[in-house]
Design a protein around this ligand. Structure first.
Ligand SMILES: Nc1nc2c(c(=O)[nH]1)N[C@H]1C(S)=C(S)[C@@H](COP(=O)(O)O)O[C@H]1N2
Ligand SMILES: [Mo]
Length: 367
């Protein structure tokens, strides 16, 4: 643990190789991924959905929720302050959305940025109930000279010496997209504290960082938002101090449910010889459908069968029937979307550990 004061002498983190640091393990204990066997569920059971929380989960009681306000100000015709009741009275809908953390796979890059050391599991699918954000924006009347809307949570902390509340921005045309939502329920239940109770955003098709939790303030801005979570991070960068490319929509990706039973420590899989169905999920960003999924078993690629789609933003189930004979096998899966994007064998290196959509590979022993 640091012996210097990280608030007055912020660290310059550099990519590293080798064992995970205790700080990374601590982050991994707070922010868990989905267990891969849970990929069998069309909708991830609450509690198995992945979590990414930068600072502390705010302490919000039911009484706090009853007096919660969402303030919309800045370049608006009429600043508004809405209670949850006001927001819930607006037209509501439920949307099934697959969310993935942009840092998913960070721990698989070599070298890796010391941060949340995701391997594979920072993804999940939930049914979110709320109202389109534009219903609230229309109450305030966003002025035409607003170039971005910044959206703020109540959680606050430091990163690399920058003190900030968690905040992200969207361009007005994106914020007004009919499927960008303000939500108060997940899988038909009130949001859990860790998922943003009592109010959060969901930006379908984008990596998770845009879906601000514990939302209480929206500001219409005359110039682009400069918050740390907008410009200091969540950019594709190969070098420090590079401006980079802002991260937005999810890259095409697929995962398998590991077949058979695991070895507790290594996670290696033991499968009995005979017919085995391999199940998995595939998704892409920006409402781009999955076109096909392939599975590689011992160097031979096969087409998987796709299950019925479950909406423009939900992952697609797939399966492959395999006749397992004794031996050891390397398996991998690869998805291609309708725009022709395919997962790379190895993801392009990113210094911050973002956008790793390299193949999911597993080793299977057949007895
Ligand atoms: N206020 C706030 N919103 C936040 C975050 C946060 O730390 N604070 N993390 C973001 C990130 S990086 C992700 S991936 C998603 C994760 O949402 P979940 O924990 O509900 O799965 O929330 C986003 N919204
Ligand atoms: Mo994330």
């Amino acid at each position: 643990m640091p012996s210097r004061n990280p608030f007055t002498e912020p660290e310059q983190r550099e990519p590293i190789e080798g064992d995970f640091f205790a700080q990374e393990v601590n982050l991994a204990n707070r922010n868990h991924g989905i267990a891969l066997e849970m990929l069998r569920h069309d909708v991830t059971p609450i509690g198995m959905h992945y979590l990414l929380i930068h600072f502390d989960v705010p302490y919000v009681t039911e009484a706090d929720a009853a007096s919660w306000r969402l303030e919309v100000g800045g370049l608006v015709e009429r600043p508004v302050s809405l209670s949850l009741e006001d927001i819930k009275a607006l037209p509501s809908k439920t949307l099934r959305v697959t969310l993935e953390c942009a840092g998913n796979g960070r721990g698989r890059f070599k070298p890796r940025m010391p941060s949340m050391p995701w391997l594979l599991g920072a993804v999940g699918t939930a049914e979110w109930t709320g109202t389109p954000l534009r219903n609230v924006l229309d109450l305030a009347g966003i002025k035409p000279d607003a170039v971005e809307l910044s959206c703020h949570g109540i959680d606050r902390g430091f990163d690399r010496g920058n003190e900030h509340e968690y905040g992200r921005s969207l361009r007005p045309e994106m914020a007004r997209h009919e499927d960008v939502m303000l939500v108060w329920a997940m899988n038909g239940q009130p949001l859990l504290p860790q998922h943003g109770y009592p109010l959060r955003m969901i930006v379908p098709g984008w990596y998770g960082m845009a879906s601000v939790k514990w939302l209480n303030r929206i500001e219409a801005l005359a110039s682009p938002y400069q918050g740390y979570q907008q410009v200091g991070t969540y950019h594709f960068r190969t070098q420090a101090n590079e401006r980079g490319t802002p991260i937005t929509t999810m890259r095409v990706k697929s995962l398998m449910v590991p077949p058979g039973v695991p070895d507790w420590y290594s996670g290696a899989r033991l499968v009995e010889a005979g017919p085995v169905t391999i199940h998995g999920r595939a998704w892409s960003g920006a409402a781009t459908p999955i076109d096909h999924v392939e599975i590689c078993i011992d160097g031979v690629w096969h087409r998987a069968a796709l299950e019925a789609p479950a909406g423009p933003y939900a992952w697609r189930g797939w399966r492959f029937d395999w006749e397992a004979t004794p031996g050891s096998y390397a398996m991998a899966c690869r998805a291609t979307d309708a725009a022709g994007n395919t997962q790379p064998l190895e993801a392009a290196y990113d210094r911050g550990g973002f956008g790793n959509n390299g193949l999911h590979r597993i080793e299977v022993f057949v007895r």
